[in-house]
Design a protein around this ligand. Structure first.
Ligand code: SAH
Length: 347
């Protein structure tokens, strides 16, 4: 038997082709697309389609639907964190964050990450796999429907390296921004990468209006290679020029993420090196107080170090902000809830 199609991965033109192949008129595609993007998980609920068509679709396709394995709600700021179970038994984390300007969802793009940044809880090369576009879309759809919080912004900053799952992520972006789907525009989407240089070049060619964030975390190669193994493959003298070209070609300012780690990358010398590295480049530096990961020797910078570092950047003309930390009372930084769950289940 042929494998069933994951129908939520289909773009409208592909949905039309599917319906034609089933001997149905093209216009049905719009109805099906609409139902799927409303969050329907059963073909029998597509009430304006003939029964015979619903059956044909059911025979040829399946609809993904994550299970909620865990849900945590922050008492402090209303952040909601989900651990979703996938059809193959793997699991992923999704977080809904509430801001004055609207609600944001932070989605994972891979189950377990292969990149191995030392400060991050998501590293899990054994259980790593790419998420399909439907699975990423489900994170947005089901986080919205379960939490009851209308989602207006998306950040691809959960577990996984989005540019390491390039095709599925591009497809997800097309699906989620589609006017007949969730209709979340590219200007409301941020994509974060650890710095896969060739893929930044490829993304540039797409000329998308999204915001590209680049995880920098260190101002020199020695330190960056220690913190982020990816730097050994794509060092700063390749990464920074790629970022500059990206900005020149797209007109979209890049946001550099810099997790502040006490005594490691938060010294006055590091600030000076960072200023030298980025001087004259129109960009944004987002300082993130390190989220402490259980068992890790790395600790967050003190409040004073954070402020001094930021002030030094500001004094030298770099646009630097400190990211507000949400969900501190729940395991809100990526990877932590999945880890906890896996440990409990293993016991
Ligand atoms: N793979 C992508 C996106 C996922 S992580 C990337 O590397 O950019 C989203 C951001 O959170 C990245 O900047 C990542 O470096 C950062 N991050 C991971 N663990 C963290 C921690 N414990 N504290 C603060 N930031 C962390």
């Amino acid at each position: 038997m042929e494998e069933k199609i994951s129908i939520k991965t289909l773009l409208p033109s592909e949905m039309e082709a599917l319906l034609l192949s089933l001997g149905e008129p093209k216009y049905r595609a719009k109805q099906v697309f609409h139902w799927l993007h409303q969050g329907i998980t059963d073909f029998s609920d597509m009430s304006d389609l003939p029964k015979a068509l619903r059956q044909k679709l059911d025979d040829a396709c399946f609809i993904t639907r994550p299970r909620i394995l865990r849900k945590q709600v922050s008492q402090r700021d209303g952040t909601v964190k989900y651990l979703f179970g996938l059809a193959d038994g793997n699991s992923i984390e999704t977080v809904v964050m509430r801001y004055e300007h609207g609600n944001s969802v932070c989605v994972s793009t891979q189950a377990g990450c292969k990149m191995g940044c030392v400060f991050c809880a998501s590293f899990d090369p054994k259980k790593s796999r790419n998420l399909t576009s439907a699975e990423i879309l489900d994170e947005v759809m089901f986080a919205q429907s379960d939490s009851g919080l209308h989602i207006s912004n998306i950040v691809l900053m959960g577990t996984g390296e989005p540019l390491d799952n390039y095709d599925n992520v591009m497809r997800f972006l097309q699906l989620v921004s589609h006017p007949e789907g969730m209709n979340i525009g590219m200007r409301h989407i941020s994509l974060s990468t650890c710095g896969l240089v060739p893929m930044i070049g490829r993304l540039m060619e797409e000329k998308l209006q999204l915001t590209l964030s680049v995880s920098l975390h260190a101002p020199n190669d020695a330190l960056r290679s220690q913190l982020m193994p990816v730097n050994r493959r794509y060092p700063l003298d390749e990464l920074i020029p790629a970022c500059k070209t990206y900005f020149e070609q797209t007109g979209r300012r890049i946001s550099f993420e810099y997790a502040m780690i006490g005594g490691v990358n938060d010294t006055p010398e590091c600030a000076r090196q960072l200023i030298r590295l980025l001087r004259g480049f129109p960009c944004h530096v987002n300082l993130i107080p390190l989220n402490h990961v259980e068992g890790s020797p790395l600790i967050p910078s003190t409040r004073d170090n954070l402020r001094n570092f930021q002030n030094e950047l500001l004094k030298n003309g770099l646009n630097a902000t400190v990211r507000r930390s949400l969900g501190g009372d729940i395991a809100a930084s990526c990877g932590q809830l999945r880890r906890q769950y896996d440990q409990e289940v293993a016991q």
